[in-house]
Structures are given as structure tokens and as C-alpha cells.
Design a binder for this molecule. Structure first.
Ligand code: IVH
Length: 700
């Protein structure tokens, strides 16, 4: 499913929306990668794929804390890592209430459902809602046999090996226990353990976790259980799944007491409450203790104590009618904005950050809060010196909610968002989409020179689809950049000469040797001669993906011709602008991006410098005589006489455009065995379909 936020500028996403979309995007990209690389059956065009990746990077830049979260959740797909376990009793989730009033309605609903008098007593337990991940532990004959994550509630992942390393979880239960017993509860990491773990991660140059919950999840989902063993995970037992008769107790409270006797850790703040005021008093007491508790909680869970009543109440959809979570409100405080700083993300997005007089919000000292983007500052009219309300909800970045107008100083002035990048001085622009609507994000256009974007640009520059310099992985780039060896793409080409003159040779650096250093230099030399389209793509111009780079290379033939046209197209009404947008495949947004890139003097200089090191190969002359020249072709199904890449290259050499999906703009579909939905699409749009053999006949 595509997240609803996809059309929004990254800057206006809430952290929650960003997380949803980011996870979505990562999964979508992974699926496309699989189709492209392993099944040879892409379903989208390269340009569309590039857009997905760019969006992903933009979100990463705006919400850097997501990087580790998704690397863990998506990089580690269940099927690749852990066996599946079907839960004998589904693992449910909880409905939420957000106020005392709603908690009262929850109790009233229970009474109505059970046909009780409006003032009949209903005993409920109240306990902290632990912010970790739930886990089901199956014991047979008192011995732990399987441990599974919640997964989708029906089916989870088998994490038995890892769970066996958690000290809070007994391998063998104490006393007389039901023959079959599934104990459920929360795996979590304490706040102090989390801080220490992150310190270790940082010291070892490894990614840090955004919060204790992510750290717990990431630690549990390790293929190597030795890693889990080294992570301080803990467990609270609070629920159960399958259980053989006789039950140890007829109440919720008694069940959890039984778990404690069996050897589990249970939460000491669980309490039986006979009335709504009791319940709410305990809620307040837990809320007051929240900051000083050694673990993160995000609310209080209420459960009907009497198990026979629980059974009668049953479930609505995926949650029990007999339980609910009373969530804590987002925490707020008032403080003063001392400055507004602009941060530049890895993809060049300028993000305003309010520097605040430090203030405690829900037990955490906050001294920075995001202001999202230019429009948000204007909408809230946040000014330096203002008193503002800041908010923290869960683990998200603190936000400025509103200004307290009564406290505004008479001499305050509206904040003016900078039009240049504070890091590199290049101009920063807000792009307009095809309808002329401005993007919320303002971006630095000095991609090739901006230190904030340098590592990302270098990574892109050397990537396989770009300059394709082998031996230059992300780690090497990071290290070279940190040490000042390679700060800009052009530095790559002087590396060998500088190395020869240097005392600290590459081959003596950690992780390098004689052979790997020689190989890297050879790989760099090999790319001193490179196809024009690769070079254009490698520059990392916004919106210019691989496909567009090929179109531009074919159209202009030289980088100078492209640069001159882009510079002359600075005026929106110019002939050059018209010529640019007249190129098939180049829309107004791309044209604008080309203009922005080449009119930025820093970039032009960097390109000129690069051209002193590399020789660009003009694109092969494509035959306009070919019968497929100018046509849009789609290959689908299994090809027998050529690989998918070969087919694509051949078609492009003959002047055709290759697309991954069939639309009314498609001229020709070349179908092999196993072609599926694209055939139907071709029929729908009346597109000609031919076999692979027909293709060879057609193109000779
Ligand atoms: S009871 C059938 N109790 O909250 C009820 N859940 O939104 C099962 N959680 O997936 C849940 N602390 O991961 C329960 N004291 C607690 C909890 C708790 C945290 C989590 C649990 C569950 C989620 C439901």
C-alpha cells in the first residue's frame, strides 16, 4: 500500500507519517530490487524507481533517526531470517483511550455489555504500558520450547535462540505449572542500558538506536544470538496465550502473581482498582513516576480482573473488549526561542531548528525543536525571542506547537528564511511542480560542493550505475571524507598522485593492503574514460535519474552543450528553456533542476574541474533509420536469446525508449513466455505485441 503522505513535502510530514512512509518506501524499493535483480521483471521505469529512492533519501535526511529503525525492520525481513511461528491463540492489540472521560466510557461499555447496573462495581487492574515489543513464550512441561514475536498477531517470528539469552526469561519454570503454558509479555531495554549501548555503538562507529524500543527490537532480531546475548534485554510477563487446565488463578491479578511464582519478572506497579476514581488515581500516580521509572512507558493498561467476565466480554475486531490502554498525552512545556538555525540534510534540504532555553518536557531536557520548514515558521509566526509551547510525544523529535502571543516583545521581527545554503553559500531554491505549486522544502543547489551533502554525493558519484568505481564503498568514502582525503568528486582522480607523495600511504591504512590499494587506483584510472550519460547521472542533479541522463546524453552529445543550454535557459521564457522542455522525456521540473544546477557557479566550477580528469565518451550514434527509433518498447516475460539488460541496451542503441510498464504511450511490447499482466495492459491499450523472435526479425 502507498502511504497517504507520499504527495506531501518531506518537511511537512509528522515524524509518525514519515516513519510510516519510510517503512513503506523501503519495502517497496526492496520489492522492486528483487523483481529487477533476481526475477528480471521490473514493473516500473528506471525514472520512477529513481523517484522512489530520492524520496527515501529525502525522508532520511529530514528524519535521520529513521535510518537505523528501517535498516533493522526492512533489511531483516522475517522470511530471510527467522522461521515463522503460528500463534495457537492470536496475539491481540489494545484499543486506546486518551482521557479520564474516555476511560469512564470504557468502564460503562463493559457494564452495558455485561448487563450490570450503571453503578455496579467492576474490578480492573491497572499497570504500566511498557514501550517494548511483545513476545510469546511457550513452555511444555515447564520448559521453554518456542519464543515468538507478535508479527501480524496470527503469525510471528521464531526468536527462541535469542530469547534463551535473556536473563529475565526462565528456561525452566519453578513449582507446579500447567503442562502447556504460553506466557506473554514485553521485551524491553532499560533507559540506562540503552544509553550505555548507544555509547558503545558510537565508540565503535556503529549506528546508534533512536530509542530503547528500537534498540530492544533490533537486539532481539539478530541472526547471531551472541549479539543478542551481549544486549541487556529484559522481560515483564503480563498476559498469556494457550494454557492447559487447571488455570492457576481465576483473576488477571492472580495470573500475573502466578507468573511471578514461576520465576518471571512482573511489573510492581500493577494494582487492582475497584472504582473509576481509584483507576484514575493510579493512572496519575504512574504518570507522575514516568520520568523516574528505569524503562519507557507510554500509558496505563486497564484490564477486567475477573477472568470469567473477560471470557464473556470477548473481542471486538483485533482487541479485547475487557482491556484498553490509557495513553499519556503528548508532553508540553513553555520556553524561549534563543535562535533559529538552519540544518542542511544529506540531500540538501534546509530544515529550520529552534534553539531553546533548556526546558524539561516529560522528564527529558529539550533544547532544540524542529520547525519543519519555511511555511511552518511563517504559519506559526515563530520569531527569535518568542515564548513558545514545545511538545514531545513518544520518541519523536520535539516540536514547536505554537507561540504565546502575550509574551512577544514589541521589537520582535518576523523571521526571514535564508535563500542561500548556510553550509556552502550556494543558492537554495524551492522547486515548483508541474502545476506551479512550490515545494515546502528549500534545497541547497550546490550538490557537488556542499559539505553537508558531500558524502551522499560522493557515494552516488562512484555508484555502480554512475561512475562505477569498484572498491569505493560507503565505508571507504566516509573514512576518506573524514580524513580529508576525498572531499569532492574530483579529488578521486588525484588520489593516486597524492598517495605517491604522501607518507601515510593508502596501503598502510586500516582495512587496506597493497592489492586493494592497487585495485582501487586501477578502477579509478579505468573510469577516466567514461560514457557521457554515466557522468551526467553521477553529477547527482535533482530529478535526473539514469534514464533522463541517457536522454540528455543522446540529445546533447557533449556535456558542454548540455551545460550551455541549461545556463541559457535561466530565463523561463528563453528559447533555450523551450528547447530543453521540448526534449522528449524532459519536463519543466527537470528543466528547472538542470538550470538550478548549472547556473550555480560552484557546480559549474566543479564540473569544469572534473573535466580536466575525465574524458567523456559521446553516446553511440543511434540509428534514426531503425524501425524502433523513437518508439517506446516494453520487454516482458522470460527472454531466451538475450538478457533483460542486453535487450534494453540493444533497444536503446536502436533509438528506442525502454519502459518498465505498459501505458497508452507504449508502441511495442516484446513478450516472452510467462508474460503476465503487461499483456493484458497491452491489449487494453491496443498496443502491438510481438515475440522475441519477431523482435530480432524486426530489428535485423
Ligand atoms: S496486554 C490482549 N499489557 O501493548 C491484551 N499489553 O497495544 C494483550 N503492552 O502488543 C496486551 N505493556 O506489546 C498488555 N502491560 C501490558 C502492556 C502491553 C505493553 C503492549 C503489547 C501489545 C500492545 C497493545
Amino acid at each position: 500500500m502507498t502511504s497517504p503522505s507520499r504527495a506531501m513535502a518531506v518537511e511537512s510530514l509528522t515524524p509518525f507519517e514519515a516513519r510510516l512512509e519510510y517503512q513503506d518506501l523501503a519495502a517497496e524499493i526492496a520489492a522492486h530490487d528483487l523483481r529487477y535483480h533476481q526475477q528480471d521483471a521490473p514493473v516500473i521505469t528506471d525514472a520512477d524507481y529513481d523517484q522512489l529512492r530520492l524520496r527515501l533519501l529525502a525522508i532520511e535526511a529530514g528524519f535521520p533517526e529513521l535510518r537505523s529503525a528501517v535498516a533493522l525492520s526492512v533489511g531483516a525481513k522475517p522470511s530471510e531470517k527467522f522461521a515463522k511461528v503460528r500463534h495457537s491463540v492470536p496475539m491481540l492489540s489494545l484499543a486506546n483511550v486518551f482521557s479520564g472521560e474516555e476511560a469512564g466510557e470504557f468502564v460503562d461499555r463493559i457494564r452495558r455489555f455485561l448487563d450490570l447496573e450503571p453503578d455496579a462495581p467492576v474490578v480492573l487492574t491497572a499497570e504500566p504500558k511498557i514501550d517494548g515489543l511483545s513476545c510469546s513464550l511457550r513452555y511444555e512441561g515447564g520448559r521453554l520450547v518456542v519464543a515468538a514475536t507478535r508479527g501480524d498477531g496470527e503469525e510471528g517470528e521464531d526468536v527462541t535462540r535469542n530469547v534463551r539469552t535473556i536473563k529475565d526469561i526462565p528456561q525452566v519454570l519453578t513449582g507446579s505449572v500447567p503442562a502447556i503454558l504460553e506466557v506473554r509479555g514485553e521485551i524491553y531495554m532499560r533507559k540506562d542500558d540503552f544509553a550505555a549501548l548507544n555509547q558503545r555503538q558510537e565508540a565503535e562507529g556503529k549506528p546508534v538506536f533512536a530509542n530503547p524500543r528500537n534498540a530492544a527490537a533490533g537486539s532481539l532480531r539478530q541472526l547471531d544470538s551472541a549479539i543478542t546475548a551481549a544486549r541487556p534485554l529484559r522481560f515483564f510477563a503480563y498476559a498469556w496465550g494457550e494454557i492447559s487446565e487447571p488455570m492457576p488463578s481465576a483473576s488477571q491479578f492472580g495470573m500475573v502473581e502466578a507468573f511471578a511464582r514461576y520465576g518471571f519478572a512482573t511489573n510492581p506497579l500493577m494494582k487492582r482498582c475497584g472504582t473509576l476514581p481509584d483507576l484514575l488515581a493510579h493512572y496519575s500516580s504512574i504518570e507522575t513516576q514516568r520520568a523516574s521509572l528505569p524503562y519507557d512507558i507510554d500509558g496505563v493498561v486497564y484490564k477486567v480482573d475477573d477472568l470469567s467476565l473477560q471470557r464473556r466480554l470477548g473481542f471486538i475486531a483485533r482487541s479485547p473488549r475487557w482491556a484498553t490502554a490509557h495513553k499519556f498525552p503528548a508532553e508540553q512545556a513553555t520556553t524561549t526561542v534563543t535562535a533559529i538555525d538552519i540544518q542542511v540534510g544529506r540531500t540538501g534540504v534546509l530544515t529550520p531548528v529552534a534553539r531553546l532555553e533548556p526546558v524539561t518536557v516529560g522528564g527529558v531536557v529539550v533544547s532544540n525543536a524542529t520547525l519543519h520548514n519555511e511555511e511552518e515558521i511563517a504559519r506559526k509566526d515563530v520569531r527569535i525571542g518568542d515564548r513558545v509551547v514545545v511538545q514531545r510525544a513518544g520518541d519523536v523529535i520535539p516540536q514547536v506547537v505554537s507561540v504565546v502571543p502575550e509574551h512577544r516583545k514589541p521589537d520582535s521581527v518576523a523571521y526571514e528564511f535564508p535563500k542561500t545554503c548556510p553550509v556552502c553559500g550556494s543558492h537554495a531554491v524551492r522547486e515548483a511542480d508541474a502545476t506551479g505549486k512550490e515545494d515546502k522544502a528549500r534545497r541547497c543547489t550546490g550538490g557537488l560542493v556542499c559539505p553537508a551533502q558531500a558524502v551522499e554525493r560522493l557515494r552516488h558519484f562512484v555508484a555502480r550505475d554512475a561512475m562505477d568505481i569498484e572498491g569505493f564503498g560507503e565505508r571507504q568514502i566516509e573514512a576518506f571524507y573524514q580524513d580529508g582525503l576525498v572531499m569532492r568528486p574530483q579529488d578521486i582522480f588525484t588520489l593516486e598522485a597524492r598517495d605517491a607523495a604522501s607518507l601515510k600511504k593508502l596501503k598502510n591504512r586500516e582495512g587496506w593492503g597493497e592489492t586493494s590499494a592497487r585495485n582501487l587506483f586501477a578502477a579509478i584510472v579505468a573510469r577516466r574514460n567514461v560514457a557521457l550519460h554515466r557522468f551526467i547521472f553521477a553529477l547527482g542533479i535533482r530529478h535526473v535519474g539514469e534514464t533522463t541522463a541517457k536522454v540528455l546524453a543522446r540529445h546533447f552529445g557533449t556535456i558542454e552543450a548540455l551545460r550551455d543550454t541549461a545556463m541559457a535557459a535561466n530565463e523561463p521564457d528563453s528559447e533555450a528553456r523551450k528547447a530543453l522542455t521540448a526534449i522528449d522525456g524532459i519536463g519543466p521540473v527537470m528543466a528547472e533542476a538542470l538550470v538550478d544546477f548549472f547556473t550555480e557557479q560552484h557546480n559549474s566550477e566543479a564540473v569544469a574541474d572534473l573535466l580536466t580528469h575525465v574524458t567523456l565518451q559521446p553516446p553511440e550514434i543511434v540509428s534514426s533509420q531503425s524501425p524502433v527509433s523513437g518508439k517506446t518498447v516494453v520487454f516482458t516475460g522470460a527472454l531466451e536469446r538475450m538478457s533483460r539488460d542486453e535487450a534494453k541496451a540493444m533497444a536503446e542503441r536502436l533509438g528506442a525508449k525502454v519502459s518498465g510498464s505498459v501505458s497508452k504511450k507504449t508502441d511495442l511490447v516484446v513478450a516472452g513466455p510467462g508474460a503476465g499482466s503487461k499483456l493484458a495492459d497491452a491489449r487494453k491499450h491496443g498496443v502491438e505485441v510481438i515475440s522475441e523472435d519477431d523482435w530480432f526479425t524486426l530489428v535485423g
